[in-house]
Design a protein around this ligand. Structure first.
Ligand code: 5CA
Ligand code: ZN
Length: 409
């Protein structure tokens, strides 16, 4: 499917630094050394209630990763999926008595609008689960033929015991994995499974639900984890630089995906870094579609909130932190946009180059956007209090804020 238009990324004087980022698998910072083309896969939305501030915060983190890479004069190959068929989408369509295809299309269209307004860089490949089915079926067949998958009443399950590295992404004990599996789309209590954690690869057609030709698998639809593996391997191959998502994807989604890929290719790991963003809450609870405690980007936009302020509200929190959306967060961001705009709207000002280096250093250090914002705040305050004589400095600052933070002043 088509993604959304790219906003221009201004070129800056000098060159950015290599990105050091937290990897969930090793629970430490890794310095990534991508080749001339950095490769990133970011898990996309399940399109039934998009785009809430939690989604936006997660995509903001991975947009920053790309902006750091682009600033090191690399190209970026970015792939994102859309889980346009899955249980929660079908359940919502049934609840609201709407066609599931129409629901997915509507929410995906809204997501594109929100991403465009927030100046998130688009993926080169934006792939729906449905369109990926022809690539998913042969992978499931291969896993089954290799003895890594088995059938249970027509459904096909992946055997986690077939992967010697199972557990290496999330590093959780069995009890924790079992709990999260039940919470996040798994079915640990289904009788007949070899291991309660085994995830579904292919679900046999159910009465009243959409299904596709699965060749030797029979009619059905794909499981969630194999969807992302098929799309990532097809467009990026093994050993890409970053797989990204919110922290609720570390287990089971990224763990299972890593296992599928390992058994399929015999290679390890699928991604050099597994990077996870913190969860955004509202009224003390994680913003989630199932709970319904959501603030939508599109609602804010309709109310006339400047997308640049929404983006600054996201950037004011470290991507790995869990944080809470409040009116105050938005007010602070609105005030910050005003201060920054006033500061760059003069022909001269304090020197820009040291600030550009500060922003670069902050982002290269595990995407420390709050530190980058603080540096711009200091420059803007200096401009406000004393001004400066460097001709063109405000223009450089404005371009740096755009190129590195995705905020158009
Ligand atoms: N389609 C799958 C991924 S393949 C999925 O998880 N979709 S989603 O719509 O539920 O979430 C999309 C992304 O937003 C995921 O990376 C998820 O971790 C992230 N996300 C969801 N809720 C929040 C939240 N409250 N705070 C931060 N990120 C969130
Ligand atoms: Zn995914």
């Amino acid at each position: 499917m088509h993604a959304w238009p790219a906003s221009e990324v201004p070129a800056l004087p000098g060159k950015g630094r290599d990105l050091q980022i937290h990897d969930t698998a090793t629970d430490g910072l890794v310095t990534l050394d991508p080749g001339p083309v950095a490769r990133i896969y970011v898990c996309g939305i399940t399109p039934y209630d998009a785009t809430h501030i939690g989604h936006a915060a997660t995509y903001n983190a991975f947009d920053l990763v790309q902006r750091v890479w682009l600033d090191t004069k690399r190209q970026v190959h970015y792939v994102q999926n859309v889980t346009d068929v899955d249980d929660p989408l079908l359940e919502r369509a049934l609840r609201d008595n709407v066609d599931w295809v129409a629901l997915a299309e509507k929410e995906t269209a809204l997501f594109r609008e929100d991403m465009t307004a927030l100046r998130m860089l688009p993926p080169q490949h934006y792939i729906g689960a449905v369109e990926a089915i022809p690539g998913i079926v042969p992978l499931v067949e291969r896993l089954r033929d290799a003895g890594a998958a088995y059938e249970l009443e027509g459904d096909i399950y992946f055997s986690v015991e077939s992967d010697p590295n199972f557990g290496s992404v999330s590093n959780l004990d069995t009890a924790a994995m079992r709990l999260l599996s039940a919470e996040r789309g798994g079915d640990p209590d289904r009788p007949g499974k070899k291991n309660p954690l085994d995830p579904m690869l292919w679900m046999a057609a159910r009465e009243g639900e959409p299904s596709w030709d699965g060749g030797s698998l029979g009619r059905g639809r794909p499981g969630w984890h194999i969807e992302c593996v098929a799309i990532a391997l097809d467009h990026l191959g093994m050993g890409f630089d970053v797989q990204g998502g919110g922290s609720d994807l570390a287990f089971p989604h990224h763990e299972m995906g890593a296992s599928h890929a390992q058994v399929l290719t015999g290679e390890f790991p699928m991604a050099k870094a597994y990077v996870h963003a913190g969860m955004v809450a509202l009224h003390g609870e994680k913003m989630s579609k199932s709970k319904g405690n959501l603030v939508f980007v599109s609602t804010l936009r309709r109310e006339g909130v400047d997308p640049a302020a929404i983006r600054l509200a996201l950037l004011a929190h470290h991507y790995r932190a869990d944080w809470e959306w409040t009116d105050q967060v938005l007010e602070d961001a609105l005030a910050r946009v005003d201060r920054w705009r006033a500061a760059v709207s003069r022909p001269d000002g304090p020197p820009a180059e040291p600030l550009v280096e500060e922003i670069r250093a902050a982002l290269a250090n595990d995407l420390d956007a709050p530190a980058a914002l603080a540096a711009v705040d200091r420059w803007a305050a200096l401009q406000q209090e004393r001004g400066g004589t460097d001709e063109g400095a405000p223009g450089v600052v404005s371009r740096a804020v755009d190129a590195l933070l995705g905020v158009a002043l």
